[in-house]
Design a protein around this ligand. Structure first.
Ligand code: BGC
Length: 517
């Protein structure tokens, strides 16, 4: 080993030690305030990088570590962009939602909802029992690539077919007398003109049906439903973050923030009408029923223009190859669709440079030889979580996955590097997620209020990805302080925010309009 290599090795070991100790300390202070130092040693020793190339580890650690010192500036800029979005169009969208009131938890009735997310479509029937209790049945279909990338009109016609299928099984075709109100949870940015009118602003998460950009998605769906003569009336349109907030409030009164960390990311929260200064006094919104309104922030666009996000060469590559370069930069560092793609880009780059999957003969793999691993989005978030969660001594899950999915043999060094890459990218995502949460809490001065700040969160990354939640909690402890976080902030896993939230929105709309549920 040359002196240069040896120094690199020392630096990598040091950085790995520091980063893991650091992540661990902060992610477990809620639970283990006294034993964290000892545990950080244990964690570090279980995440062995002893076979990995120290130079590679050092370079990636530099590229993907978000230092604590970056938080203050990021949180301040986040608050600035939230405020700008309330004042002017064309900044962070900060979309007024026409949802002016929160459920009490005592709502009752049976309501349909539709949940069009980034990966699946679900049609749901929710029975609200009151006292925060509900029961939901749903049917789920994966949205094919052809539907995501094809014309929007075809996507909506397909959705109406699925509603028909659901009604036939769950509601019986015969009840023609009844008109079913349906809450549409649509997880893409729409400019709302009323609770049941929303113009699609742009697609995210790889959808491309540009034929319907600028059109009212409720009308498109209702037309497709009417063409099939189904007795369903789409009475409300909400974002999945609004759904998450409504569903959490139904069970936990007092919740004022709803967030999704899933395929995409976004946040909705309760804002004072007086703060939404971009709404002119003569606009229809001025007929607001209360002095508050939910705002769909569309925070995925944070940092698009300010240059504040710590973007590295891999982020630049991902953005350039995405369907909307220059947009949703925060989402591209935080959410499931993109973090797995980032990991794939890093694997691919390392392989081409002879740092991963090198054959015994010394031959570096070419792009063609990497098979599906060379193709966009052929490594998904669920798999990334499974690899990161591989605790076996020889990292067997990683070995089997690369062999069965890409026909690639891995050495132990490869597997340690792969696991480390997943950890680096997901940890940065969680720490950036905490920045958004902290910005909202600070902006609304929630910690000065006597009651706890309840944040409802849904999405596969938050609910299923190993250590995503503890890393968010750890970062919040750094941004605020552990005692405050413990006493004042409750992160609550929403129970089916999109499905139940859609049903609650439909219910509240019926109530407002004096219609039966
Ligand atoms: C969309 C949001 C949505 C979020 C989570 C983002 O890509 O722009 O509207 O709430 O994904 O599903």
């Amino acid at each position: 080993m040359t002196l240069k290599c040896f120094l690199c090795y020392l630096k990598a070991r040091f950085l790995s030690f520091v980063s893991f100790t650091f992540f661990f300390l902060h992610s477990h202070t809620f639970l283990l305030p006294h034993s964290h130092i000892l545990r950080s040693f244990i964690l570090f020793s279980t995440m062995s990088l002893s076979h990995a190339d120290p130079e590679v580890i050092s370079r990636l650690t530099d590229a993907f570590t978000l230092p604590t010192s970056a938080y203050d500036a990021l949180v301040d800029q986040f608050i600035k962009e939230l405020n700008q979005g309330l004042a002017h169009k064309g900044q962070m969208p900060m979309i007024p939602t026409f949802v002016y009131e929160l459920p009490t938890g005592e709502e009752t009735g049976e309501v349909l909802s539709l949940d069009l997310g980034g990966t699946n479509l679900r049609v749901c029937k929710t029975t609200l029992f009151g006292k925060g209790q509900f029961e939901i049945i749903h049917k789920k279909w994966a949205i094919s690539d052809a539907l995501k990338k094809g014309p929007g009109k075809d996507l909506f016609a397909w959705i109406a077919d699925r509603i028909e299928e659901f009604l036939a099984h769950q509601c019986g075709h015969n009840d023609k007398e009844k008109i079913y109100p349906l809450g549409m949870t649509f997880s893409f940015p729409c400019e709302q003109l009323d609770i049941n009118v929303g113009k699609l602003l742009f697609w995210t998460k790889g959808f491309r049906g540009n034929d319907i950009l600028g059109q009212d998605v409720v009308k498109i769906l209702q037309d497709c439903i009417d063409a099939k003569k189904l007795n369903v009336m789409v009475n409300s349109l909400i974002n999945d973050t609004v759904g998450t907030l409504l569903a959490t409030t139904y069970k936990h009164p007092g919740c004022e923030i709803g967030i999704i960390f899933g395929t995409g990311t976004n946040c909705a929260y309760l804002e004072e009408q007086s703060q939404i200064t971009k709404i002119k006094s003569d606009a229809s919104n001025s007929t607001a029923l209360t002095d508050q309104q939910l705002i769909n922030t569309e925070w995925g666009s944070f940092g698009n223009k300010s240059g504040i996000l710590p973007i590295n060469e891999y982020d630049v590559h991902l953005d350039a190859k995405s369907s909307q370069p220059g947009k949703q930069l925060y989402e591209k560092m935080v959410s499931g669709l993109y973090i797995s793609e980032l990991a794939r880009i890093v694997f691919h780059d390392l392989a081409l440079n002879g740092k991963l999957f090198v054959e015994e003969s010394g031959h570096f793999k070419s792009s063609e030889e990497l098979g599906d691993l060379a193709l966009k989005e052929r490594f998904d978030g669920a798999m990334m979580g499974a690899l990161e969660g591989d605790e076996s001594a020889q990292l067997d899950v990683i070995e089997n996955h690369f062999l069965s999915s890409y026909n690639l043999k891995t050495s132990l060094s490869d597997r340690e590097t792969i696991k480390y890459i997943c950890q680096l990218i997901s940890t940065r995502a969680a720490r950036l997620s905490a920045v958004g949460i902290a910005a909202l809490i600070k902006k609304r001065q929630m910690l000065t209020k006597p009651n706890q700040t309840i944040v409802g969160i849904d999405g596969s990354l938050f609910n299923k990805y190993p250590n995503f939640r503890p890393h968010i909690e750890g970062a919040l402890n750094e941004i605020f302080d552990t005692a405050t976080v413990k006493a004042k902030i409750a992160l609550i896993s929403a129970e089916d925010g999109s499905g139940v939230g859609g049903a609650i929105a439909a219910h509240l709309t019926c109530k407002q309009k004096g219609l039966p549920v």
